[in-house]
Design a binder for this molecule. Structure first.
Ligand SMILES: NC(=O)c1ccc[n+]([C@@H]2O[C@H](COP(=O)([O-])OP(=O)(O)OC[C@H]3O[C@@H](n4cnc5c(N)ncnc54)[C@H](OP(=O)(O)O)[C@@H]3O)[C@@H](O)[C@H]2O)c1
Length: 308
C-alpha cells in the first residue's frame, strides 16, 4: 500500500445497542453530541436492537425518529438497513421488490430529508432471479436520489455479477476488526473504495478497562476471555508504537480499531458504536488524531498480528 494512500474519511454513528444497553436518554445525548460535533451520518436497521425482546422490534429507529422530530433536524444522513422481519436474530427476511418499496415509503415518511442510504440487511439467498428482484427495487431507490447499499450478504459474487448489468454504486457494510474481517470475502468481487467497517471494537472488547453486566460484549453473549492472547499481542504493538514520541500514545481498543479500519485501502468509512458520551468524544478525538499523525506503522503491525 502506498504511504500516501487515503484513509477512511467518514464516521457513522451506530444504533445497534439503542433500547438495549443504551437507553433513550443516553441515545439522545449521543445524538446531541454527534450533531454538535458536525457529524451527520447515522446507521440503523429495522431489527435494532437485536436483543430478542419482541416489544423492542424497531425501537432504535423510533428513538432516532423521535430525536429528529424533537430537534426539527433535516440534514442528518441516515442509513437504514431493511429486510429483517423480527429482532430475534433469525435469518427471516423479505427482500422482494414489493417489500423493499414498501419499506422505502415507510422510511421516507419516517426520516424525510434525513434519509440518505437504503441497504439490504442480511441476504442468504443464492437464487439469482430472486436477487434480481431486489435490484429492481434498488433502481427506484436510486431514482429517488438515495444511495443503495449492502450489508450481511452471503453471496456477494451474485450481487457483483448482476451489478455488471445494473452498475449501482453500492456502499457496503462489513465486519472488520483485528479478531475477524470479512473484507477479503467482498474485495474479491468489489474493487472500489466502498466499504464501511463495523464492529471495530469486536463488539466491545476492552484493552485495559474491565467489564460490567451492562457491557456490550457481554450483552451480546461473547466471552471476552477468549481474546486474552490477541489482546496481549495488541498491547505489545502499542507498547512499541510508544517509542515514536511525535504523536499521541495509544492505550485503548477503539484507537486500535479505528487504525485497523481506517487504513484499509478500500475503507470509505467507519461505523462507531459508542455507548456513552465520553466514548463518543474519545472516538472523535482519536479520529481527528488519525488525520494529523501517521499511524501506518501500527496498522501494518496489526495486520501481521491478524495473520498469525
Ligand atoms: N451491518 C451489520 O450487520 C452490522 C452489524 C453490526 C453493527 N453494525 C453497525 O455498526 C455499529 C457499530 O457496531 P458495533 O456496536 O458492533 O461496534 P463496536 O465498536 O465493535 O462495539 C461497540 C462497543 O465498543 C465499546 N466502545 C465503543 N467506543 C468506545 C470508546 N471510545 N471507548 C471505550 N469503549 C468503546 C462499547 O462497549 P461498552 O458499551 O461495553 O462500553 C460499545 O458498546 C452498530 O451500532 C451498527 O449500527 C452493522
Amino acid at each position: 500500500m502506498s504511504a500516501n494512500a487515503p484513509i477512511a474519511d467518514e464516521l457513522v454513528l451506530g444504533t445497534a445497542m439503542w433500547g438495549w444497553t443504551v437507553d433513550k436518554v443516553t441515545a439522545f445525548q449521543l445524538l446531541d453530541a454527534w450533531y454538535a460535533a458536525g457529524q451527520r451520518k447515522v446507521d440503523t436497521a429495522t431489527n435494532y436492537p437485536i436483543d430478542r425482546v419482541p416489544e423492542h422490534f424497531r425501537l432504535a429507529e423510533q428513538i432516532l425518529a423521535e430525536w429528529i422530530r424533537a430537534n426539527g433536524v433535516e440534514d442528518l444522513q441516515v442509513n437504514i438497513k431493511v429486510g429483517s422481519l423480527n429482532n430475534m436474530h433469525t435469518p427471516d427476511h423479505l427482500l422482494t421488490r414489493s417489500f423493499m418499496l414498501m419499506m422505502l415509503d415507510e422510511y421516507q415518511f419516517l426520516f424525510g430529508n434525513n434519509l440518505q442510504t437504503f441497504m439490504v440487511h442480511w441476504d442468504n439467498r443464492e437464487d439469482e432471479r430472486e436477487i434480481e428482484d431486489t435490484f429492481r427495487a434498488f433502481g427506484e431507490v436510486v431514482a429517488k436520489g438515495l444511495r443503495p447499499g449492502l450489508s450481511g450478504i452471503r453471496h456477494p459474487e451474485i450481487y457483483a455479477s448482476l451489478n455488471g448489468t445494473y452498475g449501482f454504486d453500492f456502499d457496503i457494510q462489513l465486519k472488520h476488526n483485528v479478531v475477524q474481517s470479512d473484507v477479503e470475502r467482498y474485495a474479491r468481487h468489489f474493487s472500489a473504495r466502498c466499504f464501511y467497517a463495523y464492529g471495530i471494537n469486536a463488539g466491545g472488547l476492552k484493552l485495559e478497562e474491565g467489564y460490567s453486566d451492562q457491557s456490550s460484549i457481554k450483552a451480546r453473549g461473547a466471552d471476552p476471555e477468549k481474546f486474552d492472547s490477541l489482546l496481549n499481542g495488541i498491547r505489545t504493538v502499542i507498547a512499541q508504537a510508544k517509542e515514536n514520541k511525535n504523536r499521541p500514545a495509544l492505550n485503548a481498543m477503539h484507537q486500535v480499531g479505528l487504525i485497523y479500519a481506517a487504513y484499509h485501502p478500500q475503507m470509505k468509512g467507519v461505523l462507531v458504536g459508542p455507548s456513552k458520551v465520553h466514548q463518543l468524544e474519545s472516538t472523535l478525538d482519536f479520529f481527528r488524531s488519525l488525520r494529523q499523525y501517521d499511524y501506518r506503522d501500527v496498522y501494518e503491525e496489526l495486520v501481521k498480528l491478524n495473520q498469525n
